[in-house]
Design a protein around this ligand. Sequence first.
Ligand SMILES: NC(=O)CC[C@H](N)C(=O)O
Length: 406
Amino acid sequence: MNPQESVTITPLNYSVHSALLVLEDGNIYVGQPYGAQGATTGEIVFSTAMTGYQETLTDPSYDRQIVVQTFPHIGNTGVNDEDVESSKIWVAGYVVRDPATQISNWRAQRSLDDDLYKYGIVGIADIDTRKLVRHLRSAGVMRAGIFSGDALLDNDGRLKRVEDLLDIVKNSPFMSGANLSQEVSTDSGYIVEPQGEFEGKEPLYTVVSVDLGVKAMSPYRMAERGCRVHVLPASSTYDDIKALNPDGVFFSNGPGDPSTADFEVEQLRKVLDAKIPFFGICFGNQLLGRALGFGTYKLKFGHRGVNQPVQDLTTGKVEITAHNHGFAVDAPKGEPVPSPFGNGHYGRVQVSHIDLNDDVVEGLQCLDIPAFSVQYHPEAAAGPHDAAYLFDRFINQMEQSKQLRG
Ligand SMILES: NC(=O)CC[C@H](N)C(=O)O
């Protein structure tokens, strides 16, 4: 919405025991406190996933976003230490309809409430999430805040006016223009050794994975195909990457606006110039798009969930896939085109995948250099495994390039 627009607030019934969800357009929802109490702001987005709340909450790409779950019952299977995608919960806030009061799963180690408290995640429950999501779909994603407990009171202990809470939301940062890679990336590098049938064996390939907010399952999917994966901080230079003599380079998913990631794009161009095989997921796809000279833009309400139909235009096959993106690459569909950067500097590029719901670009394939990427999540955490073949494509690309080098 246009931030200058004035808003009308209808009178509401709430008390210090309530929680308030305040949207920047003046829409306000009264609910119950859920998780930690306090104040939080962020971009409000929704996920249509029916499973995998643990993977959603711990996905670093949700940094600075308040997540609404369309699935009404959340917390049923509790929380375990195996399904986490990073070391903490990243969402800025959590909006649910009906939190489970009983945990029912043999893998559960504790309740979701325990973790929401532990990481100080301010949430709100008893929200009509269907109404809220219909609103976000027509108005677009926007800034919002959740307020509960002391955050509802002024210095004299009186209930704050919603106009004051709305001011807090209107003074919070926008997602457009946000550069968040450093906020979520690892401080120092670490190694993921080959897993499964390759555990304890000499690695078949060495991959450098640049952590722009990486989900744990991405390096794992390479490790279970025999790769040793060096995960490096987002601040790594091309020389840091090159020093590990990788067979392939991977740029991960991550939060923020891809148009701000100039440093990472510059490093990526050097990887492409050196013809080192490259694979990117989500933010990594957006950065490949930028390196090739395409623009990126913000979607009205993005794709988040585990049930998005995507077509692989190189094979014609349709797959059901996991998504979490609010931006997309602006590239022409159809015949391959010369990379706009440097008037065809990287040869021909083809849009390899599209989303069948809205035709958004979901993948890029270079035809003259060994580089490709997808906007969605083949690591499938959570989500269907239809797109696992993309990790095999990366392995094949590394193998071919190894053989060419002799
Ligand atoms: N999961 C991701 O990598 C998200 C990429 C980017 N932050 C977006 O919202 O589009």
